[in-house]
Design a protein around this ligand. Sequence first.
Ligand code: PMT
Length: 413
Amino acid sequence: MSESQESGIRILLGVTGGVAAYKSPELVRRLRERGAQVQVVLTPGAARFVSPLTFQAVSGRRVRDDLWDEGAEAAMGHIELARWADLVLVAPATAHFMASLTAGLADGLLSTLCLASQAPVLLAPAMNQAMWQHPSVQANRRVLEERGVRILGPAQGDQACGEDGPGRMVEPDEIVDTVFAEPVDIGSQSLKGLRTVITAGPTREPIDPVRYITNRSSGKMGYALAAAARRAGADVVLVSGPVAVPTPRGVRRVDVETAEEMYAGVHQCIGDADIFIGCAAISDYKPDCIAEQKIKRTGSTLNLQMVRSPDTLASVAALEGRPFTVGFAAETQNLRENARHKLINKGLDMIAANRVGRDCGFDLETNSLTVLWEGGEAVLEQAPKTVVAARLIQLIAERYREMHAELSSTQAG
Ligand code: PMT
């Protein structure tokens, strides 16, 4: 797969100087086979075990190994690279690297990227068994785990130094399975403890006892957001229209059918919410009156009088002490302009503009979004909805924290 065709999870793969580095090119291949984009960052020690050229060949990208490389910085500066990553994976991770990370050192490109990135970090340590069991290494492991760094392994067995015990890097297949079992937000707790209400799916507006007006929303995007918010540590309530998607683990689901029920369902649980995300495709209009009996096929035409349904999103944004309010804008044309209009008109903190049509947005496995807020924007490129959702949750968490920091400094001043 060429770089431009790749749209999956963006992995910044750090390789540090241990003999297990010989397995890392294979790891790159396996990650790319599963659709990941992999940017390799080598420490000077790693480059002594495996040549940067090998990694360049298997990753399809120029390897980064120097904080002071002006050419590479001109293409993508290290802060940009830190923001680019959905996941920082370090395999193998040496005892020295674990100590640098624990101490917060920025003594090379990889450790600097780890400090600058808000992406979750997954380490696959590899070292001599006595080193691994040393109290300082174990103390560093504990600190890193307490901070949310996920540590995979090491595995038990024969070591390159001739000893036997815990210290072997886990096999590439196991690392890849872990990455894809818990995509993107491994260990991330960016919404820890925040009450988040999310709407998803379509609404159905009855015409008579057997017919209704609806749209093509499958609920996949909203459910992926609920799962990502939950994995990021939020307490999630999902107010859902009728869909066939399973409820994500740990999420409380409230089922509704019409736009009015969506409005009521959201207002019942919005009380002390910190964040609201309106992803549901809610009907703008509903039939003025619902026929009590099935409408008969009598006249050659049938006129339905429609009236506006309540706007749940705008009503949440208008609440006193309202939560951080994120809307979606499903647009077939003038994406940015229409979305910006909704951002301002509905008084939102953020909006995700979603191009929709027969072949994009609704009822597909992938999506792309342009996210706008006052003074900023970000493009979330085409990727599986689970990946786009995790990226959006990361953006919301960042913006939420920035806004709260601004508010506290204004109040203090
Ligand atoms: O469910 P999927 O198949 O995965 O598809 C995902 C999606 C395309 C439905 C989703 O990503 C998306 O774009 N959701 C918003 C759909 C929509 O109704 O957009 P809108 O531009 O018409 O509405 C703007 C905002 O107002 C939305 O946040 C909507 O939830 C909200 N709204 C709209 C009408 C209404 N009566 N009440 C509302 O709260």
